[in-house]
Write a protein that binds this ligand. Sequence first.
Ligand code: MBD
Ligand code: FE
Length: 281
Amino acid sequence: MTTVHDSPTAAGSGANASSNFKDRARDTADVSPERVSTVVTAVLHGVHAAIRDNQVTYPEFQAAKAWLMAVGEGGEWPLFMDVFVEHVVEEVAASSQRGTLGTIEGPYYLPSQVQLNADCELPHREDEKGTPLVLRGQVRDLDGTPLAGAEVDIWHADADGYYSGFAPGVPDGNLRGVVTTDADGNFSIRTVQPAPYQIPTDGPTGKLIEAAGWHPWRPAHLHIMVRADGHRTITTQLYFAGGDWLDSDVAEATKPDLILDPVDDGTGVREATYDFELEGN
Ligand code: MBD
Ligand code: FE
């Protein structure tokens, strides 16, 4: 018997990411008119300069308008913004942060996933594909104090590169969980090795990437958000040494400090250790 695994379409995953984004209670920034004027003027000046410097034509301008409309209609603004813009917002935020490096959140975080003990296995299908992977580590303060009861909120793509909640055929909650550290701040999470992620090629973001002759890939990664009372939350990703696209991530979100080098334990399980150091607030 064969299992039908529908490929997620751009419309499916993009629209899902849009409704998820709108559903999440986002604090709207309290932005003054001066700030709006300053930043929006700078953005518009950047666009104007691009037009002048490249002698953009009327047909190109109209094509750009049609493309912008398609991104909205396809629900791909969260995808486009997180792939092409978020890394610079994160760079600005990182300049005033200490401890473990962060990187971008991306469009596929879902809150309120299953709560798991420190030594756990992420929810998965009975026949989940992929090499078993164990991620161990400790959450601690900048001075080395272990943080018991911290939350390691983890989500990642499956061995086909698809995220639960954003792909047909992947059950809700698959390969997602909120892990609480033990009395020594430690955790050990069993899961499977994710595949690299490909931006859907059938939507406006994918069409732009193709039209520009770029590639649509992100290297394989685990997304992790680490929370502890009295500490700044870290949102980061961990990558895998030797994997494809590490040096050409379409989202420009890799950092050398965030690359794991898992070792086979002799039984086909790949093990890696990563400790998180959180700044107090
Ligand atoms: C992803 O999986 C991702 O992590 C980012 C940042 C953008 C698109 C898809
Ligand atoms: Fe991702």
